[in-house]
Design a protein around this ligand. Structure first.
Ligand code: DHB
Ligand code: MG
Length: 237
C-alpha cells in the first residue's frame, strides 16, 4: 500500500469522481448573481410537467441569454422550443416592454403550461407561442415576410437544427445573434459515427455554420446543474 498523502488544501475541489456535485455546488454559489424571481422559479419547476422534464436551461444560462439579448439590444427574439417557457421569460424580459418574442412549441400541453408561466411573469403581452412543428412555423414567418429578429435561440428537437438554422438565416439581419443549445451532450458531439440523431443534428449544424461566410461563431462548453453541455453563439456579419 502507498502511504497516505497529506491532504492538499490548495488543490481544486473538482476531481473526476465528484465533478457533477462540484459543478452543482458552484452553480448554487453563483446564484447570488442571478435575478431569478418567483415567476421564474415557478416556470423552471413546472418543467417537470412538460414532455421533457429538466430540459430547460439553468438559471445561469437563462441569465446569459438575457445578457446576450440586452448586449445586442434585441427587441425581436425568436425561439425554437418553448417547453414551459423558462428561457422565454428570460428573453422576453430582456426584450423589454416594447419587445416581441415568437416561440415555437410542438406540444399543446407544453404550450398551455408556458402561457400560464408567461402570464405570471408579466410578459404574456409580448410573447406569441406558436403551436406545431417549428419548421412549419418558421416557414410561415418567412412567407409572411415578418420583420427580422435580432436574436434567435434554437433549443428544440436536435435533428432539425440545420433546418432551424437555415430558417433563422431567412429571419435575421446583419448583427443578429443565433444561439444554439445542447451542442456538447457530455462530449458525444465529437463522435462522427454516432448513431444518435441528436448528435448528428448538432454536428450538421456546426458544419453548416463553419461553412457559412455570413456567420462568426464560437462554441462554449458548460458544466453545472445541467451536467456537461454547451452553446454555439453565432453572429451574422
Ligand atoms: C435535450 C434537449 C434540450 O433542449 C436540453 O436542454 C437538454 C436535453 C435532449 O434532447 O435530450
Ligand atoms: Mg436545451
Amino acid at each position: 500500500m502507498t502511504p497516505q498523502q497529506p491532504l492538499d488544501t490548495t488543490a481544486p475541489v473538482v476531481n473526476r469522481f465528484d465533478s457533477t456535485a462540484a459543478w452543482r455546488a458552484v452553480d448554487d454559489y453563483f446564484a447570488t448573481l442571478i435575478d431569478e424571481d418567483a415567476a421564474l422559479v415557478a416556470a423552471r419547476e413546472s418543467g417537470a410537467r412538460t414532455t421533457m422534464p429538466n430540459a430547460e436551461v439553468s438559471a445561469s444560462q437563462g441569465a446569459l441569454l438575457a445578457l446576450l439579448a440586452r448586449a445586442a439590444g434585441a427587441r425581436r427574439i425568436l425561439e425554437f422550443g418553448t417547453l414551459a417557457g423558462y428561457s422565454t421569460i428570460w428573453l422576453a424580459r430582456a426584450a423589454g416592454p416594447e419587445g416581441r418574442v415568437v416561440t415555437f412549441e410542438l406540444d399543446e400541453g407544453n404550450a398551455e403550461i408556458a402561457r400560464e408561466n408567461l402570464v405570471a411573469a408579466g410578459v404574456a403581452d409580448r410573447v406569441e407561442v406558436i403551436v406545431g412543428p417549428a419548421a412549419d412555423g418558421a416557414r410561415g414567418l418567412v412567407a409572411d415576410a415578418v420583420d427580422p429578429f435580432d436574436l434567435v435561440f434554437i433549443d428544440a428537437d436536435k435533428p432539425s437544427n440545420p433546418e432551424y438554422l437555415a430558417a433563422s438565416l431567412h429571419l435575421t439581419h446583419s448583427g443578429s445573434l443565433i444561439v444554439i443549445d445542447n451542442v456538447v451532450r457530455d462530449g458525444a458531439v465529437v463522435h462522427a459515427d454516432s448513431d444518435d440523431p441528436r448528435v448528428q443534428g448538432v454536428r450538421a449544424v456546426v458544419a453548416d455554420i463553419a461553412a457559412d461566410a455570413r456567420l462568426d461563431a464560437t462554441a462554449i462548453q458548460t458544466v453545472g446543474i445541467k451536467g456537461w453541455d454547451g452553446l454555439v453563439i453565432a453572429r451574422r456579419r
